[in-house]
Structures are given as structure tokens and as C-alpha cells.
Write a protein that binds this ligand. Structure first.
Ligand SMILES: Cc1ncc(COP(=O)(O)O)c(C=O)c1O
Length: 436
């Protein structure tokens, strides 16, 4: 399992140049065999527990690949009108759930065409839109905030941070939820995790039980949100299943989970090439034809540092000793921790003078357009391919054309190994989001 899901396991022993050498870079490659493997793993949890899995499209919405995931999905989860429409159009036989921090009047009528389950963030939004949605036969939910932070140092990803606008706290519920509003509800929803294991879910569920245990028996379903890193090799699946069963038994609810990352973890690559190599004060910069800011924005926002084929993250003294970088690697040798760059630290010292350490960055004007420091097995040269792993998620759906940077085309690698081009991006895609 660990090896099968490692970031470059999908290459099955071939080199990036063998597989992707003929593609114009930069480009994304989505690996359908890896998507299926993730889907099968999630389907196993559903088969054992009866939970229902949704795909959070904010993380992965390359709908050409949806047919691979469809057998494992109860439906899709949307963040608003457009994602709801995408799920409805591309998976017409599946459920469409939507949660939005606040709905707009002008969208709501159309949203009712697509979504079967509509989750509100506040009692006021439930009061404003709920009666109309109920009359249209929709199932309604309210997002609750159990006020239990389980992640540290990541406030931007913590919906339970003090003062959070996301979810209804128990105090807000007690102030604003009238019996009429409660009667509109079919379910409750919480989303509190980010790339976490099931121990964090267990802690969260305890808080949910303490704060909302009295109202849950009136509900038909409980949606436990996303952030469950289930397809990560060391994820504790039995504990997840215990959490699901606890909710089912305690409150007689149908349990939904709506991860995004878990569906497409380690199921995509970004292929790029070296354009130039410069040296400044001991830092050797390799400037690539892809950009952190434009093509992998989570590298800057999270921050997150993607694995690179044939390299380890960081300097060799910090990173684990070299493994065989061309073989399938365990997650441990490819830490996906925060970005490993200290701008003041020269990358080369007397000890590691011959180590192939490069700071990978993009060609944009942004000084911080840096992906991170990597120690390569071989020296890099202009024209070399640099293949990033784990870039199916929060990448193709989040990229941009800042600096007039072209959008990388997207390919899918089918299960029988064919490469199919899904997009044909060009100047028009840059120009027509700016004007006519
Ligand atoms: C409401 C909601 N559901 C699901 C998700 C998916 O989370 P992940 O991709 O981390 O599993 C998110 C992510 O922000 C979210 O906000």
C-alpha cells in the first residue's frame, strides 16, 4: 500500500523522459490508474461501514476523469453554483451537494436546478433561502462549528479558529434557531480538518457530540466534511471506520464524507523543464518553465512543497540520506512539510559542495515564486525535465495566468498507458479573462 501510493509509483519504473518526453512543457498529467486506486480504497470503507462518499470538486474537478471515480462516488460536493452545475452535468445520476459561506439571491433559483442537498452556513441564510429550497423538494443542512481546533499553526485552514465565519456555533444556534428553522433541517455538516488523520476526526466528533448531540437524533444525515487524508499510506482507516459507526449508531444518521484531496492524492504530475541555472552567493537557482505562483499556488499559500522525481526535498544533511530516487519511494523519504527554503542560507557548503542542490523557481517577476530547495541525484542542465508529483489536487482548478504565464495543458494518462490531451490553452485563455 505504501509503495503503491507513493508519488512516483504510477511511473511503474519508467523515467519521466521515457513517458512524457514528447509533451510540450509545462503540462499536467492526471493518472487514471492512481485515481482508481484511491477510489477503490475509499469504496472499501463505504462497503464496510455504509458511509457515502462525495467528491469535493474544489480540490479536483477534471471532469474528463470523473468516469473513473464514478463507481465509488455517491455524488459530488460543490462550493457554489458553477461547481454544482458541473457535478450535475457531468455525473447526472449522482447526488449534488452544495455548501457555500453565503448564497447570492441571483444564483439561488438556478442552484435549485442542480443541487439536491443544500447546506447553509448560518441560521439567517437558512431562514432566507430554506423555505424556498424545501418547497422545491431539497434536503437541507446547516454547517455547525464544533469549536475544536485540531491543527496548529495553520489558522488559514482552521475553520474552528477563534472568530471563524464558518459554521454555526452552539451559542449562535441557541440564539437564532427557532423550532421552525430546526424543522427545515434534514442534516448537519461540519468541516474542520485539513490533510489530517482519523485521530483528529475522533476528537472533532467528540466535540460535535458534546455540543450538538441533543439535536442530532432529529437529523437524517451527518456530513463530516473533507480534510480526511484517507489515501495517504499511514492513514488509520480502522479508526475512521469506528468514527463512522459511532455516528451511525449514536444518532441513526447516514454519514457522508466529502474529501477532495483523498480522491486524487498522488494521482497527477506537473512536467516542466529547466530554462536556466544561475548562482548567487552559494544559492544555485534552477529557473523552470513552470511557476509556483501560477501553476501550483498551494506551494505559496499552504505552504506545501511537492515531491520531485529523482530528488529529495531540502539539503542532504537535513533531508534523509539519498534513497534510490528512481524507485518507488515511501512517503517518509518525501516529506511534504512546509517549504524548505531559507533565503539567507547558502545551499552549498564545503561538506556538500558536490551535492546537486538547487532552488527551483519560476520565470515570473515574483521573488517568492520559489518551489523550494531540492537535492538531485544528478546535476541539472538546461532542458532537463523536472517532474513534480502529487499535483492533481488544488492545481488545475486553482491555477492562474499572472504575468501572462500560459496555462499548462492537461493530459490524462489512461489505465492502458495512453496520453490524451484534454485542453488546448493559448493566448485567448489569458486575454479573455481580462476583457473583450
Ligand atoms: C466544506 C468543505 N468540504 C470539503 C473540502 C475538501 O477538503 P480536502 O480537499 O482537504 O479533503 C473542503 C476544503 O476546503 C471544504 O471547505
Amino acid at each position: 500500500m505504501a509503495d503503491r501510493n507513493a508519488p512516483f509509483a504510477a511511473l511503474r519504473g519508467k523515467t519521466p523522459e521515457d513517458l512524457f518526453g514528447r509533451l510540450a512543457t509545462p503540462c499536467y498529467i492526471l493518472d487514471e490508474a492512481a485515481l482508481r486506486r484511491n477510489g477503490e480504497l475509499l469504496a472499501g470503507v463505504a462497503a464496510r461501514t455504509g458511509c457515502r462518499w462525495l467528491l469535493a470538486q474544489k480540490a479536483f474537478s477534471n471532469y474528463d476523469c470523473y468516469p473513473v471515480l464514478a463507481p465509488f462516488l455517491a455524488g459530488t460536493e460543490a462550493s457554489g453554483l458553477y461547481e454544482a452545475r458541473l457535478g450535475f452535468e457531468t455525473l447526472p445520476d449522482k447526488e449534488v451537494h452544495v455548501f457555500c459561506g453565503a448564497y447570492r439571491e441571483q444564483d439561488f433559483g438556478e442552484l435549485l436546478r442542480y443541487a439536491g442537498h443544500i447546506v447553509f452556513n448560518s441560521p439567517a441564510q437558512l431562514a432566507k433561502f430554506g423555505p424556498r429550497a424545501k418547497a422545491a423538494g431539497k434536503r437541507l443542512g446547516l454547517r455547525i462549528n464544533p469549536e475544536k481546533s485540531t491543527q496548529e499553526g495553520h489558522e488559514i485552514y482552521d475553520p474552528c479558529a477563534p472568530g471563524s465565519r464558518l459554521g454555526t456555533t452552539r451559542a449562535q444556534w441557541d440564539r437564532q434557531m427557532t423550532p421552525e428553522l430546526v424543522a427545515l433541517l434534514d442534516g448537519l455538516h461540519f468541516h474542520t480538518l485539513c490533510e489530517q488523520d482519523s485521530d483528529a476526526l475522533e476528537v472533532t466528533l467528540q466535540a460535535v457530540a458534546e455540543k450538538f448531540g441533543d439535536v442530532l437524533p432529529q437529523m437524517q444525515w451527518l456530513n463530516m466534511g473533507g480534510g480526511h487524508h484517507v489515501t495517504r499510506p499511514d492513514y488509520d482507516i480502522p479508526r475512521l471506520e469506528r468514527c463512522i459507526r459511532f455516528a451511525q449508531e449514536q444518532w441513526s444518521v447516514t454519514v457522508y464524507l466529502e474529501p477532495g484531496e483523498a480522491w486524487a492524492l498522488n494521482a497527477g504530475f506537473l512536467a516542466s523543464r529547466v530554462l536556466d541555472i544561475t548562482e548567487n552567493g552559494g544559492v544555485v537557482n534552477a529557473i523552470l518553465d513552470c511557476s509556483a505562483a501560477c501553476h501550483m499556488p498551494d506551494v505559496i499559500e499552504m505552504p506545501y512543497q511537492p515531491p520531485v522525481y529523482g530528488a529529495v526535498i531540502g539539503r542532504p544533511l537535513e533531508a534523509e540520506a539519498f534513497q534510490d530516487c528512481h524507485s518507488e519511494r515511501s512517503e517518509e523519504s518525501v516529506p511534504s512539510a512546509s517549504k524548505n527554503t531559507d533565503p539567507s542560507t547558502p545551499l552549498r557548503s564545503a561538506q556538500d559542495d558536490r551535492a546537486n542542490i538547487y532552488r527551483l523557481g519560476g520565470p515570473s517577476c515574483l521573488s517568492g515564486d520559489v518551489i523550494g530547495d531540492y537535492c538531485f541525484e544528478h546535476p541539472l542542465q538546461e532542458g532537463d525535465m523536472v517532474l513534480f508529483g502529487d499535483l492533481a489536487i488544488y492545481s488545475t482548478c486553482k491555477n492562474n495566468s499572472f504575468n501572462g504565464m500560459p496555462l499548462p495543458n492537461i493530459y490524462r494518462r489512461t489505465e492502458d498507458g495512453r496520453l490524451e490531451q484534454l485542453t488546448e490553452f493559448g493566448y485567448r485563455d489569458f486575454k479573455y479573462r481580462l476583457g473583450r
